[in-house]
Design a protein around this ligand. Structure first.
Ligand SMILES: C[S@@+](CC[C@H](N)C(=O)[O-])C[C@H]1O[C@@H](n2cnc3c(N)ncnc32)[C@H](O)[C@@H]1O
Length: 214
């Protein structure tokens, strides 16, 4: 159920393209967890951040039905490449349909499999470097993703990490002991203490951290 604040934010942000609306609708019809999708406000923010930073080499960790992938590819424009990492191969058909509708299929390389394994493989390729990373996969493994991707991010490059507030669990008086909450706590702490980055945490949706490599 959309809150009044979310509704107001959506109504006063740029409308998503028909292809993005199609992906959102199909995600509700064809998947069990449509809430995982970024949605129009966060999607527009991702698109704008990619466009403002002029990023062309983009990495996405956790693509789900490809909504945020389209936003990244639209922000990157002609000539950008989005490496999209997703473990659930059952989503491929829906992802590719949406990317075709949005006209961005040529800008996206899908890597199906576990993100840590894919990151390890990408890191082994000479000269691989990213300008922009959107981190949105397994919350238990955010620290591992951070460790693996930092050497691949160019100085000045930006990471956007999603869900860092985790429904407020990370700052609750009594913090739950489940692995996802603990994974996010550990990630938030290590980013805040990392002298190699500057970072700001925003309360949009479930919390977004913007992390710039110095
Ligand atoms: C929150 S959803 C991503 C939503 C998408 N970025 C968007 O904004 O529309 C998280 C995705 O990460 C994927 N995922 C979870 N664990 C993963 C792993 N170990 N490697 C790659 N993808 C993973 C899930 O299958 C799921 O599709």
């Amino acid at each position: 159920m959309e809150s009044s604040l979310d509704k107001y934010l959506r109504e006063h942000s740029t409308l998503p393209s028909p292809a993005l609306e199609w992906i959102q609708k199909q995600t509700h019809i064809r998947t069990n967890f449509p809430r995982m999708l970024s949605g129009p406000v966060q999607g527009e923010l991702l698109k704008m951040l990619v466009s403002l930073t002029g990023a062309k080499r983009i990495l996405e960790i956790g693509s789900f039905t490809g909504y945020s992938t389209v936003c990244l590819a639209l922000g990157g424009g002609e000539g950008c490449i989005v490496d999209a990492l997703e473990i659930n191969d059952e989503l491929e058909e829906l992802m590719r349909e949406g990317w075709d509708k949005a006209g961005v299929s040529g800008r996206i390389r899908l890597h199906l499999g576990d993100a840590c394994e894919t990151l390890g493989r990408l890191a082994g390729e000479p000269g691989r470097e990213y300008d922009f990373v959107f981190m949105d996969a397994n919350k238990r493994e955010y620290c591992k993703y951070y460790e693996l991707l930092m050497p691949l991010l160019r100085p000045g490059g930006l990471i956007v990490a999603d869900d860092v507030l985790w429904d407020g669990k990370v700052y609750a008086e009594s913090v739950p002991s489940d692995a996802q909450t603990q994974g996010l706590l550990e990630f938030n702490r290590s980013v805040a203490e990392d002298p190699g980055v500057e970072t700001v945490m925003l309360p949009l949706r479930d919390g977004l951290s913007l992390i710039r490599k110095l």
